[in-house]
Design a protein around this ligand. Structure first.
Ligand SMILES: NC(=O)c1ccc[n+]([C@@H]2O[C@H](COP(=O)([O-])OP(=O)(O)OC[C@H]3O[C@@H](n4cnc5c(N)ncnc54)[C@H](O)[C@@H]3O)[C@@H](O)[C@H]2O)c1
Ligand SMILES: O=c1ccn([C@@H]2O[C@H](COP(=O)(O)OP(=O)(O)O[C@H]3O[C@H](CO)[C@@H](O)[C@H](O)[C@H]3O)[C@@H](O)[C@H]2O)c(=O)[nH]1
Length: 362
């Protein structure tokens, strides 16, 4: 964990951090709550009795994923007038900001669009939240903010030097959010979670990935396992990794959602807190490991062929997430087979859903 305004300062934390009781959690605005991770966080909040308002522009979101029980508003996270109205009308006390453009490859070919959606929209949202007196803003950040390394586990205090515009947009958004919060007269708190590769689906089958144009490894692979695609291309087999394919630290989406609720309760316990955590399991899995785990769970071989490296992809991203234990975070779904099993169960169910519920384009 790092506590900082602009520069991370390492803190050795042996005691769990204080938290407000869940019953005292204010209503939460969840931007991007019609998307994959935001919908799981919304479910985690609703499951614990917290009021949720989802704000999503449906650019990549799906109506299928907006949880029952959440208030839904269609619109942009950076629309200050709209967000101010929502904060006042719904008595919002905290914001979880998931809304973003998320494809590393697309960010290389459309950098301006990525800086606009991930940086400018975050700036507007943070400024609006601060002006409205919101107690805390949580930001979805990413492993892609770190400088490339030799595959060893990345710590929160490691050097930030993103190798693609997506990671750069998130590193800048982190800084902008911290600066705006630090200047807020009421002491807005900030929580930043740098997720590694989010995977799996709600174990109760209420949400999962539902992309109009899938680009994530596990979503594409489950579509091969369910017969919707013939094969998958493995992007590169010449990385300096044990089997030559890219290595990532896959972390279950429900564990990510649980960490958000814990961090929210923590940063609301004292005004003006700024905490940053990695979320991962500290274990690297290659693309071929993932395909093999899915093959076992589905009972079906996943055909693949090797293609060239994908632009902007690092060889390896693995977390040192030991500091997140100070939140009381104890991941429940660490096993890769469990993760791909949940993703497969969701994909089987999703692909049978009526056509108009499967994906909603803007
Ligand atoms: N998926 C991962 O492995 C991963 C890893 C690290 C970080 N993240 C971050 O987590 C967050 C959520 O990612 P996801 O995988 O759920 O993506 P997603 O595309 O499923 O969800 C993003 C949602 O935000 C909405 N959205 C986008 N721009 C918006 C805007 N300006 N205003 C309102 N709504 C907008 C989209 O319609 C979509 O519903 C993102 O910030 C992403 O950068 C994701
Ligand atoms: O069809 C495919 C898709 C992906 N991959 C590989 O699989 C790995 C994982 O790729 P993907 O699932 O697309 O995730 P990442 O590009 O690693 O990015 C995810 O994980 C990052 C954090 O590590 C987040 O910041 C991003 O938002 C999120 O999309 C990489 O080695 C890819 O090259 C393939 O080989 N074939």
């Amino acid at each position: 964990m790092a506590k900082h305004r602009n520069r991370p300062t390492p803190i050795v934390q042996s005691e769990p951090l204080p938290k407000i009781p869940i019953a005292d959690c204010p209503a939460v605005l969840v931007t991007g709550g019609a998307g994959y991770i935001g919908s799981h966080a919304a479910l985690a909040l609703l499951d614990q009795g917290v009021k949720v308002v989802v704000l999503d522009d449906m650019s990549t979101g799906s109506s299928l994923l907006v949880p029952e029980g959440a208030v839904f508003v269609r619109g942009k996270a950076g629309d200050s007038a709209l967000v101010t109205r929502i904060i006042r009308r719904e008595n919002i006390g905290a914001v979880m900001h998931f809304a973003a453009s998320i494809s590393v490859g697309d960010s290389v070919t459309q950098p301006a669009a990525y800086y606009r959606n991930n940086l400018v929209e975050t700036l507007e949202l943070a400024d609006t939240a601060a002006a409205a007196g919101v107690g805390a803003v949580l930001l979805s950040s990413t492993a892609a903010v770190y400088a490339e390394n030799d595959g060893s586990r990345l710590r929160e205090t490691d050097r930030l030097d993103p190798i693609n515009p997506y990671g750069a947009s998130k590193a800048m958004a982190e800084r902008v959010l911290r600066d705006i919060a630090a200047a807020s007269p009421h002491g807005m708190s900030v929580g930043i979670l740098r997720y590694f590769n989010v995977a799996g689906a709600d174990p109760l089958g209420r949400s999962g990935q539902n992309s109009l144009h899938p680009h994530h490894l596990i979503e594409i692979a489950t579509q091969v396992a369910t017969g919707q695609r013939d094969m998958i291309t493995v992007h590169g087999n010449d990385y300096p990794t044990p089997d030559g394919s890219g290595v990532r630290d896959y972390v279950h989406v429900s564990d990510i959602a649980a960490a958000h609720v814990l961090l929210l309760r923590t940063i609301l316990a004292a005004k003006g807190q700024s905490l940053t955590f990695n979320l991962g399991y500290g274990e690297g899995q290659s693309v071929l490991d993932v395909l093999s785990a899915l093959g076992k769970v589905s009972g079906r071989n996943i055909p693949y062929s090797f293609g060239p490296r994908r632009a902007g992809d690092p060889a390896s991203l693995v977390a040192d997430a030991s500091l997140a234990s100070a939140l009381g975070w104890t991941p429940a779904y660490k096993d890769l087979t469990t993760m791909v099993g949940h993703a497969l169960a969701w994909e089987r169910q999703r692909s049978k859903a009526p056509e108009d519920a499967v994906a909603v384009a803007a």
